[in-house]
Design a protein around this ligand. Structure first.
Ligand SMILES: Nc1nc2c(c(=O)[nH]1)N[C@H]1C(S)=C(S)[C@@H](COP(=O)(O)O)O[C@H]1N2
Ligand SMILES: [Mo]
Length: 327
């Protein structure tokens, strides 16, 4: 195991955001891959083999196709292309598996089989679902959403899943339920990112919403993307997708959903409430204390890693759906 110097917890994030090294390391890695894939295209002739990392990435993305889902026409096209699937699968934030972007291989330790999601708290019908229950009981749709990380990079991802409001209808929150807490998978034997080993971070990763936010048309649970089950690095087998909020609000690999009377503590907000607010709506006019949010680096069509600078939109372009929640 490599020894990594662990700065104070909040600095892990700062380092991740402000340094360009992640991007440049990534670009070097991609260059290697591109080199390898040129090699691979000559494979029948030259008998070359794919590089080990390319093969491992391929197999992390070689997931079952989701059999039946309907593209939602309201979310079927955008002002920008869909991000290449292999880029979305190898440029991730998943601190349980490490503080860098390149965690896709480490995240393969996630035990995504026989998953259970407990829905509990102030509801009339508490229930523990497995993933087959969710696939069977909710009408799956595909939604192509913009995705904006607080670190000022962005992607477009085609998610498959179901609106959160459909779950609300099943479990019937009581009138005292005002907030919802979402908890990610955590097992210190498995989620051994450096922050967990050395740091004092408020694990498990938890996020929260007001119940009206969860009931909004946009709020979505994803069970898949790009037509297939979710890759582990992207939060298999179930994650939150909240396209009008910064990416950290969308917890990955959800194991528990609790309806509560008061606002829950959340992971980044506990680490630094000035920098990572509870609401965290995408807002170009409200700078992060350490950088502007006016523009973003859009990571677009691949497979080569490159980005395009774009203006950030209020609510990430989804104001018509959500602005009324914040008047
Ligand atoms: N459990 C968990 N969920 C998480 C994170 C995390 O570290 N752990 N990172 C968040 C952040 S900061 C972002 S930007 C998105 C990244 O999702 P992606 O890797 O699929 O692009 O996941 C969010 N959900
Ligand atoms: Mo993020």
């Amino acid at each position: 195991m490599t020894l990594i110097r662990i700065p104070k917890s909040w600095q892990i994030f700062k380092q991740e955001i402000t340094s360009e090294t992640a991007y440049f390391n990534r670009r070097r890695f991609i260059k290697t891959l591109v080199g390898a894939s040129i090699g691979a295209s000559l494979l029948p002739l030259a008998g070359c083999q794919k590089s080990a990392s390319e093969t491992a990435l391929d197999s992390s993305l070689d997931l079952p196709k989701i059999k039946s889902f309907t593209p939602n026409p309201n979310f079927s096209s955008l002002d920008r292309p869909i991000t290449d699937r292999t880029l979305a699968g190898r440029y991730n934030n998943f601190y349980e598996f490490g503080g860098g972007k390149n965690i896709w291989l480490k995240a393969q330790k996630l035990p995504a089989e026989n998953w259970k999601v407990e829905v509990t708290g102030l509801v009339k019908n508490p229930r523990t679902y497995d993933i087959d229950d969710l696939k069977r009981e909710f009408a799956l749709e595909e939604r192509i959403y913009r995705f904006r990380c607080v670190e000022a990079w962005s992607m477009v991802v085609p998610w498959i899943g179901f609106p959160m409001k459909a779950l609300i209808e099943k479990v019937e929150p009581t009138s005292s339920a005002k907030y919802v807490r979402f908890t990610s998978f955590y097992d210190p034997e498995i989620t051994t990112g450096p922050g967990i080993v050395f740091g004092k971070l408020p694990w498990p990763y938890q996020e929260g919403l007001r119940i009206e936010e969860m009931a909004n048309e946009l709020a979505f649970f994803a069970l898949g993307n790009y037509g297939r089950d979710l890759p582990k690095q992207q939060g298999a087998p179930l994650r939150m997708v909240l396209p009008w909020k910064y990416g950290f609000k969308g917890a990955k690999s959800i194991v528990k959903i609790e309806f509560l009377a008061s606002q829950p503590a959340t992971y980044w907000n506990t680490i630094n409430s000035q920098e990572y607010g509870f609401e965290a709506n995408v807002n170009p006019d409200k700078p992060h204390p350490r950088w502007s949010q006016a523009k973003e680096k859009f990571i677009g069509e691949g497979p080569d890693f490159k980005w395009e600078i774009k203006e950030t939109m209020p609510y990430n372009g989804y104001g018509e759906y959500v602005a009324s929640l914040y008047v």
